[in-house]
Every structure is written in C-alpha cells, then in structure tokens.
Design a protein around this ligand. Structure first.
Ligand code: GLA
Length: 372
C-alpha cells in the first residue's frame, strides 16, 4: 500500500514536472560543428509552445525562429544559413548576427574620446560599418545555459578594431511564452563607445519565400535621422510627417519605397534610423510588422533610443540560404534596435560612451503572434 502510494506520488511529481517544463519552455544544446581552428561551436534550441528559436555561439547569431501562421503552419521567419559552414564561409552577411562593437556606421571610422582620436578600419566605402571588418559576428562566444535560454559572453581586447578598452559584452536570449527577449550588457576597463544590436532579417512569409514589400510596418517614431550620400546622419532629427518615412500608421513596406525621395534614392529603399517616441531606457514599442497573407505578426519593444529600419536593399542574390534560395533585394527587413549611427561624432545624440565602473544594459523583445 505504502509502496503503491509512493509510486503514485512519484508519477504525479513526474507529470507535474513535465507540465512545468512545457510551460516554461525547453532549452537544448548540441555541438553544431567546428571552426577552421577546431573550436567546437554550440547551438541552442529554445522552445516554448509552438515557437522554436535556434541561436549559436558563433557570432551569437539567431539562426532560425519558427512561428505558426494563422492556420497553425510553422515557418522560419528569419533569413539564415542553416549550417555553421554557411556562416563561416559567408562572413559579413550579418544574417541574425550580433553586431558590435558599434552597430551601423561611424563616419570615416574616426572619433575622438577624451581628446584622443581613434581609427576603426573602414569596411563600407569611406566608413566603418558594424564594428569594422572583424566584428562580434565572427567570434565564438562563451555560452552558459540560463533559465529559458542562453547567455553568451565575448571579451574584446583593448584596441580591438581600434576601439579603446577591454570590453566584456554579454547577450542573453530567453524565450518565454510568445516572447523572445534579448538582454545586452557590457563593462569596460577604459572609456569607450559601443552600440550592440541584433541584425536579424525577417520575412514573415517565411525564409526565402519571396520579398517583404507586401508586409506592413508601423514604427513608433515622429522623427528620423536623415543621411548623407554615405548613409551617415547629417545630425538633423527630421519630422517623418508628409514623407515616405511616416509609419505612424501601418503601411506596406513597398507602398512608397520607389517614391522620388532623395533619402530613399540614397539608400536604395529604407535604411534609416528612427528616433523612437518615449523615454530611452524604458521599454516601449519600436515597431509592429504584419503579413496580411500569413497573418504573422511581430512586435518589437526596446529600451533603446532608436531603431534602424532596413529593407534589405543590399541583398543582391550573392548569399544563399539554408534552403538553397538566393537572397535577393528586399528578401528580408531588419529592425535593429540601437543608439543612433555615428553617435560618437554627434555630441547631441544620446551618448554611446561607457566608462569603467559602469554597466551598459539594454533590452529588446520580439513578440510573435497572428492577426485574423
Ligand atoms: C545595416 C545598415 C545597412 C547595411 C546592413 C548590412 O542595416 O544600415 O546599410 O549595411 O546593415 O548589409
């Protein structure tokens, strides 16, 4: 009798634990492959309900995000290579990458901090892009499993790509319910500048399934930062009113992309930093994207002051995804939550400086849903 009761109790505990783990989601680790130097690279699969997210320690890339459409059919809604080899052989693609130390552009790769001038090797015409030619996207990060996810750590030595200070950067991905949360933090041993973000290309139809021009975007921004011919902010915070940059009401990405607008022509589509409404440092909606065809909906919230809305203008068929499809122009869109591009050269922009003893914290969430 006592034995039976104990057995029943054990079964009940087992069932309760199984349900708890289902509700809390699941984290699984596997070795995905090795770098050319023989370093083993983990990949983590996070599952919660019908959502499955894969992230790898290589460049802390988001590899895939599977979400259901309105009829329950799952598709991967970010562009990616599907194998470690794809990332190793197609560097600087930034598909799902963590970009750093400085996401987006620094004019001429040059800035002055505390009276000293620093030079980042340029890799985008005359400018430095995404931290220079050897950015955070090309390192194997240290990984540590955490509840509902994984935390990646990368230590960038003093002088790395010309940036001052030893920078310890942490990126934590957690999946709970329908929300993927990214927490960034960093410390330094010398004053420096940084702007770390995730560079996922979304396509709510599914990875490789046509372009994103019919997908709709709403951006919570009254202003944006216009750019010069090299896509460097002029310093102005311009009103979006009466321009194709006005996404305060949802609009198809393709609706005005070919308008005769000087800014759109310069960028070959959308590639602008939007000045988010509300207080930086507090969580607020940055953007909402929907796909009328599949019903998929993506809500992006952040503590960052800006978001770079990029319509994949430079995709030109030279990258081949996991399913053999070549990524053509407008094959995905990015919503890179961030500080403004070239902030180190614009003292009136929110500061990207980090001093010893301080910790940079930043949070962005992607919430997945469907519309009727
Ligand atoms: C960012 C930039 C774009 C482009 C991509 C990478 O989104 O704003 O101009 O460089 O990264 O191709």
């Amino acid at each position: 009798m006592v034995k039976q009761a104990a057995k029943l109790f054990a079964i009940m505990i087992g069932v309760a634990m199984a349900f708890t783990s289902l509700a809390q989601g699941e984290v699984k680790m596997a070795i995905w492959g090795k770098t050319a130097d023989g370093v083993a690279v983990p990949i983590y699969t996070l599952t919660s309900g019908q959502i499955e997210v894969r992230v790898t320690a290589y460049g802390a890339h988001l590899v895939s995000i599977k979400t259901p459409d309105r009829t329950g059919n799952a598709a991967d809604i970010i562009l990616g290579f599907g194998s470690l080899q794809g990332y190793l052989t197609q560097p600087n693609s930034y598909l799902g990458a963590i970009v750093g130390r400085y996401g987006n552009r620094i004019a001429l790769g040059k800035f002055t901090l505390d009276g000293k001038t620093y030079q980042i090797p340029v890799n985008n015409g005359p400018n430095a892009l995404h931290g220079g030619p050897m950015g955070f996207d090309q390192y194997v990060w240290k990984s540590q499993e955490v509840p509902d996810g994984v935390e990646f750590t990368h230590v960038s030595p003093d002088g790395d790509m010309g940036f001052p200070g030893t920078l310890t950067a942490k990126v934590r991905y957690t999946l709970k319910g329908d929300t993927l949360r990214i927490d960034y933090s960093a410390t330094t041993d010398k004053a420096t500048v940084l702007n770390i973000t995730n560079h996922s290309y979304f396509n709510l139809h599914g990875d490789g399934k046509g372009n994103i021009l019919d997908q709709r975007i709403e951006i919570n921004a009254d202003r944006y930062t216009p750019v010069d011919a090299g896509l460097i902010p002029t310093g102005e915070l311009a009103s979006v009113a009466g321009t194709p940059m006005d996404f305060r009401k949802p609009e198809a990405i393709g609706a005005r992309i070919d308008d005769s607008n000087e800014q759109l022509k310069r960028a070959g589509g959308y590639d602008f930093n939007f000045v988010l409404n509300g207080k930086p440092g507090t969580m607020r909606v940055a953007a909402i994207a929907t796909d009328p065809a599949s019903g998929r909906k993506l809500t992006v919230e952040t503590t960052e002051p800006g978001v770079q809305f990029y319509s994949g203008n430079f995709l030109d068929g030279s990258l081949t995804g996991w399913n053999g499809v070549k990524y053509e122009k407008h094959g995905g869109f990015c919503l890179e939550t961030q500080h403004f591009p070239d902030s180190p050269n614009h003292p009136d922009f929110p500061s990207t400086e980090l001093k010893p003893g301080e910790t940079m914290h930043s949070t962005t969430t992607f919430t997945f849903g469907v519309t009727k």
